[in-house]
Design a protein around this ligand. Structure first.
Ligand SMILES: Cc1cc2nc3c(=O)[nH]c(=O)nc-3n(C[C@H](O)[C@H](O)[C@H](O)COP(=O)(O)O)c2cc1C
Length: 172
């Protein structure tokens, strides 16, 4: 696991190869097995493989999402906030487990922030995403994961960048 953590780097350039159904099934299991507070499981996931829809989602905000248009797969992470007051934590855990599983399957991924981001001056990124995918109004959008085969492998993290001074033993 530590090696996978070291190897996982955000990937924003993908080859044109589609993600196989079997790999998508594994990603779905990772998401649905992720832990949630009180086992409430407040999340919902939209698996987007239709090119035009992925392309539309890439326009969700002006910065930090355009690369999604080249990804063969987007996973949109939603939650019902009525089901859990800590849905953000629950969605974040599902997202990182999805990213780690993607890495294990030799896929690259990047988290695209949607919550608290704007599409334009009047529409939130969340509203935009919900409109594209017919998401029921009571659900929140946490993030989108862009997933696909990596165009090239990035350098894994090295020991030098560990912020060791941030670790405190027994007392701050
Ligand atoms: C909460 C969160 C939000 C992020 N939002 C975006 C985003 O909107 N667009 C993007 O390209 N990358 C986004 N990222 C990816 C980060 O930029 C990236 O993880 C960070 O620079 C560290 O690089 P690494 O993933 O290669 O380790 C996000 C990451 C996190 C954890």
């Amino acid at each position: 696991m530590l090696n996978l953590i070291r190897k996982r780097r955000s990937c924003r350039k993908f080859t044109s190869q589609n993600v196989e159904k079997e790999k998508i099934e594994k990603l779905i299991k990772a998401a649905l097995w992720s832990p949630t507070s009180k086992n409430n499981r407040p999340w919902e996931f939209v698996i987007v493989t239709e090119k035009e829809k992925v392309e539309k989602l890439s326009q969700c905000k002006p910065h930090g999402a355009s690369f999604l248009s080249q990804a063969p797969l987007a996973i949109v992470i939603l939650a019902d906030e009525e089901k859990s007051d800590v849905w953000i934590e629950d969605c974040s855990i599902a997202a990182i487990l999805l990213q780690m599983t993607a890495e294990e399957l030799n896929l690259g991924s990047t988290w695209i922030q949607i919550r608290k981001r704007m599409h334009n001056e009047t529409t939130t990124a969340e509203e935009f995403v919900k409109n594209q995918l017919n998401v029921p109004s009571h659900l929140k959008v946490a993030s989108i994961l862009a997933i696909g085969y990596k165009e090239k492998e990035r350098e894994p993290y090295s020991e030098d960048i560990l912020l060791k001074e941030r670790i405190h033993y027994n007392n701050f």
